[in-house]
Design a protein around this ligand. Structure first.
Ligand code: NAP
Length: 262
């Protein structure tokens, strides 16, 4: 890893909420930050807000667009060569519950993080950090014993996990998900799937540290005004995982830097 690339961090959904604050805290620590957002203009406006904090650069990235992901991966490869931290922060929580909500939620919270990680992991330097911004809502305690075992199966592959997520969508469409032990929450299943992805990728990419982080209940557009935590506090645990050194943990689920149950 060259010195110039040693402290480059990339954040998805960086234009507002926890993502914007993660960008601010990383820049304050001296990282060069690629603040990405699905709307290029919003990325530029957000990066401009942080210009007094450090070196923050705006990039367009819609995590649901393979074209957008591939274009940014090529720009990052050509311009910087390597990055040292990737923060998969972009996420949505949709109103209601039906097959469309399930597909829309999985597209951002699970498939978005999967496709971004597949495209950018080759650019993350050895010993770099990948963070999945997850949620305590992703915990598996409310699932049937059989489904919990399938999510936690040590032999689960990315292809098997995709099939599991697709199975949830199909069972919701068929009105059968409850009978098979799934919760009636697209968001919960998207984050459980994201956590399973962390456990799988850490075995596939042992040269990197990959962790899931729950930021807690945070005062953002998603969390609402009555949430218990400020964005500063919520982002701190994400930044902790993005800046771990070689002796840091990998393959875990953390809140405030402390392990929590899957
Ligand atoms: P937020 O304020 O609603 O911000 C969500 C961010 O994700 C926005 O920047 C949004 O961009 C971006 N995004 C959505 N779809 C995208 C796409 N297709 N491509 C790229 N970016 C996209 O939410 P937040 O509270 O900061 O949440 C950040 C992360 O923390 C999420 O993964 C969320 O699930 C997780 N989390 C939040 C809480 C909480 O209490 N707030 C608790 C646990 C976990 P646009 O502005 O373009 O929509």
């Amino acid at each position: 890893m060259s010195d110039g690339a040693a402290r480059l961090a990339m954040v998805t959904g960086g234009n507002r909420g926890i993502g914007l604050e993660v960008c601010r805290q990383l820049a304050a620590q001296g990282y060069r930050v690629l603040l990405t957002a699905r709307d290029a203009e919003q990325a530029h406006q957000a990066a401009a807000k942080l210009s007094g904090t450090g070196d923050v650069r705006a990039e367009q990235l819609d995590v649901t667009s393979e074209t957008s992901i591939a274009a940014l991966a090529e720009r990052v490869r050509a311009t910087y060569g390597a990055i040292s931290a990737l923060v998969n922060n972009a996420g949505i929580s949709m109103k209601g519950f039906n097959a469309d909500v399930v597909r829309g939620t999985l597209a951002v919270n699970f498939f978005g993080a999967l496709h971004v990680t597949q495209a950018f992991a080759p650019l993350v330097a050895d010993g770099g950090n990948i963070v999945m911004v997850s949620s305590g809502m992703g915990e598996l305690s409310a699932y049937s014993r059989e489904l919990k075992a399938r999510f936690l199966d040590e032999t689960l592959t990315v292809a098997g996990l995709i099939a599991l997520a697709d199975e949830f969508a199909a069972e919701v469409a068929a009105g059968q998900h409850e009978a098979h032990g799934w919760p009636s929450s697209a968001y919960r299943v998207s984050k459980a799937s994201l956590n399973a992805l962390t456990r799988i990728l850490v075995k596939e990419l042992p040269r990197l540290r990959i962790n899931s982080v729950c930021p807690g209940w945070v005062q953002t557009d998603m969390g609402g005004a009555s949430a218990s935590r400020t964005v500063e506090t919520g982002a701190r645990g994400v930044v902790w995982a993005a800046t771990l050194s070689d002796s840091g943990p990998s393959g875990g689920f953390f809140r405030d830097g402390k392990p929590i149950a899957w």
